[in-house]
Design a protein around this ligand. Sequence first.
Ligand SMILES: Cc1cc2nc3c(=O)[nH]c(=O)nc-3n(C[C@H](O)[C@H](O)[C@H](O)COP(=O)(O)OP(=O)(O)OC[C@H]3O[C@@H](n4cnc5c(N)ncnc54)[C@H](O)[C@@H]3O)c2cc1C
Length: 401
Amino acid sequence: MKFDTVIIGGGAAGLLCAIAAKRKHPTMKIAVLEKNDRVGKKLLSTGNGRCNLTNTAVSADKYAGSFQKQSARVLERVNTEKLLQYFENLGLLTSADSEGRVYPLCRQAAVVLDVLRFNCEVAGVEIYCKESIKSVKAQKNFVIVTANGEFVCDKLVIATGSKASPKLGGSAAGADMLRNFGHRVLPFAPALCPVKVQSNILKSLKGLRAGGAVSLLRNGNAIKRERGEVQFNEDSLSGICVFNLSLQTKRGDEIAVDLLPDISEKELYNILIKNKELFSQLTIDNLLTGILQKRMAQAVLKTAEIKDFSRLCRDLSDEELCAVAHSAKDMRFAVTENDGFDRAQACMGGVLGTEIDETTMQSRVRKNLYVCGEAVDLCGECGGFNLHFAFASGIIAGESL
Ligand SMILES: Cc1cc2nc3c(=O)[nH]c(=O)nc-3n(C[C@H](O)[C@H](O)[C@H](O)COP(=O)(O)OP(=O)(O)OC[C@H]3O[C@@H](n4cnc5c(N)ncnc54)[C@H](O)[C@@H]3O)c2cc1C
């Protein structure tokens, strides 16, 4: 079958790329090839089924990867306002929550997918599902051989996403195709996921959630700080603030948790002096009553190396109170690795940013080859930034075809 353009990957980037191309060139013959039995499977799971599709604070500093600098032009050309206008023109109404996260008005990811699917259908985009690709070659045209047949096209778009969440379609197939075309591709690594850590108190905290601030420390220096709820698991830390750190974590880093970010260490020390008096007749494990959850308080005392919990609060020395205040403000966890692809919402890695022209999303290595979405080495924080880039880069690729 002969097409003007074939888009491999029917996810956020691929579908919007097809729609944008058709809006610009209505007669263009376009096929989308999807390996799943339906398009947009990952999209349905986004934002806990509500699809956090963009953010009112989109900017390049919310992203990491080799395309980060170039992404500024993409995000400027299709900023939040323009993307929302684009969606409105496609029939999708949206609204933002108090933290700037934008969702469909009805808070249902299925509605976003329906809007994309229906717009593809109306525009005459041909969608082929359950297409397992055997080979992609560039001769005079591009020739894509699948289990079901052969697709020939003048222009090819790789919109296959990343390896994150294989159950929803995540794969490295696009990376392999791009390598075969001569591109340098950085291996995918899980991101926006729990971070595995080591600490002798972690087991005792299993299942706890606590509001606080987390800092990623490399050689003792903080390289990223986030606030939010931290979840303590058997061998990992999670929660949105930890997910955001996972964009940069490396083995050997530390995560410092500040359980009381609104109180200085000195202020906490003074509160503990007061508590020592208040609870003087009670055992030491009651020192942090009214400040932290019981299990967390015990972990803080343990980290501060407070011995013999059968002692009374009145027996605590000044040095011990200082150590407790410090431990609550700076609880350290040694990073081993990020959790696996199954639990990752996105990936670092993908085609090297400098090999893609950010004004068209066309390859600088091979003419008429385009790449958009997570197949590019760019990963955003939680909050709608990854879908924003997938949609924005899809629109730019589609309009440039
Ligand atoms: C659980 C979860 C929740 C998330 N929530 C959010 C959120 O709320 N907000 C946000 O911004 N981001 C979120 N993300 C991230 C976001 O979903 C992705 O960044 C985004 O979908 C990337 O779009 P894409 O089109 O590049 O890739 P995808 O949406 O993954 O689409 C790629 C498509 O290509 C297909 N494909 C892959 N290989 C082949 C092949 N060889 N042949 C044919 N087809 C192929 C896949 O099956 C898939 O359908 C979430 C991710 C997960 C896993």
